[in-house]
Design a protein around this ligand. Structure first.
Ligand code: GCB
Length: 588
């Protein structure tokens, strides 16, 4: 039998199954045995060469005289998904290698393909199955998979993952950030089984600029040229047949749609069928574009009333691990009057994006190209581009996502401009239906006004501005009078603005860390924002207090960035209501 080659159009995306929620799968979540290995003794010999029999072999003593200086089964355990820092007190500050091991039973089906799928591991993962290395993945917030069809056994299997979250200068993110470097297998792990010939990926959205033409493709692995792929949208009474060529079936058809928007987060069941496989997804359709300094959703101006969110769990801190935690965060954003969220500073889980989409939030998604990454290093670029590819590959069918952000607060300079220009065009090459943005903290002055003049403004479609008037510079009362100007006729989103407060701490309006001070920062910045006629939205910093190892003021911060509108214990601060009033009463 001759199988067709994969097609270049789907090949530029990451090799990731689309919509794993709909796949047949076995969960590998739960307790894993772990070994904390700061010296990477399970990996390197005393000559610092890779050991052929590292901890991934899970060797056991057989003779009383055997010397094996590790034993997963009498060591610690951790829950997956989950970060290690909040599960074990001793690992609170830990950055380095932890070995994870799980034995699991598996029943292999006939004529199927099996994937070992990791939703995210921070940061470097080296994965072994039954003692054999499958590969390495870099990047803490995006999914990756291995085809393990030939390596998985019926009966007991052993998966070992070397997880290393050491910060690295050349990595994405680089060595310094303002969030906790939570290590571990932070999102779910699955063994996914598909028929041998299966639907592996698809991209089904409105054609750029259209409100009634759905353009798309479906990729089939191990399919044959000439094979039929059916795309059905029962609600629209549509059933389209497309033909597979080089592993991909393309189609385009007209439809009269109820367009997705925050007020109408309509998702259609879309059924994809081939003889041997079937996938159902819930997909929304909307048009997003800019016109001068306006953002238009489905042809109408929309003001993005947003909030920035870190992927940090309410009430208990640590990484978000459940859909309930996503819902709590999103419910707070709803209460705040938001129609928009900025998922900072890295791709959040697929569950978060899907929940937000159902609840009607427009989404800004970003990769952790943050602060001072090594812009002249080619490997750093390749790493950033790969994380961008994985993010877009996973979420390209989510109508809620309207902005891909390529960077946050990066310092001006030629290597940075080259790097980010390339990254932006990479994003556009993967997805021309959405807008590209970046958050800038670089501003000049002209005629007494703050001026957006960073040349990156030329590259992006929407300009994000991070500005902490009343906190890192100036006094809150001076912010209201600030004027803004821009060299670009493009929409601006105030992607960060805010200040810190310890929930429950009250005092004078000029007393730092009190709720009154923070509320005043918001009042004055809102006044400033009202005066920016090219402002198309805002995502102040931030919904909830979050852990950061940069925040040392023990009596106030205690390792938390206190710019949340809500404390990590779920208590709202005064500023929450100030922003809420603005969002609910602003006639935009
Ligand atoms: C910023 C960063 C954000 C920080 C924030 C702060 O500009 O983009 O990651 O957490 O400021 O609190 O200083």
């Amino acid at each position: 039998m001759i199988y067709s080659m994969a097609n270049a159009q789907s090949e530029k995306y990451a090799d990731l199954l689309q919509n794993i929620g709909a796949s047949k799968k076995v969960s590998l979540n739960g307790q894993w045995e772990i070994i904390v290995d700061p010296l990477e003794n399970g990996f390197y010999s005393h000559r610092y060469t890779e050991k052929p029999n590292g901890y991934f072999k899970n060797d056991k003593m057989e003779e009383p005289s055997d010397l094996i200086e590790y034993d997963f089964d009498s060591d610690w355990q951790l829950m997956v998904p989950g970060d290690w820092n909040t599960q074990k007190e001793k690992l609170y500050y830990y950055e380095g290698t932890v070995w994870y091991k799980k034995n699991f039973d598996f029943k292999k089906g006939n004529n199927e393909v099996n994937y070992l799928y990791f939703e995210a591991i921070n940061y470097e993962a080296i994965v072994y199955l039954n003692g054999e290395k499958l590969g390495t993945h870099l990047g803490g917030y995006t999914p990756f998979q291995f085809d393990v069809t030939d390596k998985l056994k019926s009966g007991e299997n052993l998966v070992v993952v070397k997880v290393d979250n050491k910060r690295r200068r050349e990595a994405i993110p680089t060595i310094n950030t303002d969030w906790w470097n939570y290590g571990g297998i932070t999102r779910s792990v699955h063994v996914i089984s598909t028929p041998k010939t299966h639907i592996s990926d698809y991209f089904i959205q409105l054609a750029k600029g259209s409100t009634n033409t759905i353009d798309g493709w479906v990729a089939v692995k191990n399919g044959k040229d000439g094979q039929t792929v059916t795309v059905e949208i029962p609600d629209l009474k549509k059933s389209i047949k497309a033909t597979l060529k080089n592993g991909i079936a393309k189609f385009s058809f007209k439809a009269k749609l109820s367009l997705w928007s925050p007020k109408n987060p309509k998702l259609y069941d879309v059924n994809l069928n081939i003889t041997s496989d079937k996938v159902v997804d819930q997909i929304g359709f909307r048009k997003i574009e800019t016109s001068g300094s306006k953002i238009l959703l489905n042809g109408e101006e929309i003001f993005l009333k947003g909030i920035s969110i870190h992927e940090e769990a309410p009430f208990k801190t640590g990484r978000v691990v459940s859909i309930e935690e996503c819902r709590i965060l999103l419910k707070w954003a709803k209460e705040l009057g938001c129609n928009f969220i900025r998922l900072a500073h890295y791709p959040h889980s697929e569950a978060m994006v899907r929940e937000a989409e159902k609840m009607g939030f427009l989404i800004w998604s970003e990769i952790p190209v943050y602060w001072t990454v090594l812009f002249d290093n080619q490997d750093t670029y390749a790493n950033a581009a790969n994380q961008l590819t994985e993010m877009i590959s996973r979420d390209k069918n989510r109508a809620a996502v309207v902005l891909w952000s390529v960077a946050n607060e990066t310092p001006e300079g030629t290597p940075r401009l080259t790097f980010l220009t390339k990254l932006a065009s990479h994003a556009r090459g993967l997805d021309n239906t959405r807008l590209i943005t970046a958050a800038l903290d670089t501003q000049g002055f002209r005629d007494g006004a703050k001026l957006i003049e960073d040349p990156l403004g030329e590259v992006v479609d929407v300009i994000g501005i991070n500005n902490y008037c009343g906190w890192y510079s100036m006094k809150p009362e001076d912010c209201g009078g600030i004027r803004w100007a821009s060299d670009f006729n493009k929409p601006m989103i105030m992607s960060e603005v805010g200040g810190g407060a310890l929930q429950g701490l009250h005092g004078e309006i000029n007393e730092r860390w009190t709720e009154e001070y923070q509320a005043d920062v918001y009042k004055n910045n809102i006044e400033m924002m009202r005066n920016i006629d090219f402002l198309a939205g805002a995502s102040p910093w931030i919904l909830m207090d979050f852990r950061s190892a940069r925040r040392h003021l023990r009596r106030i911060q205690g390792d938390f960035n206190r710019k949340g509108l809500i404390s990590e214990q779920g208590m709202k601060k005064q500023a929450f209501f100030v922003l809420r009033d603005y969002y609910l009463n602003e006639n935009k």
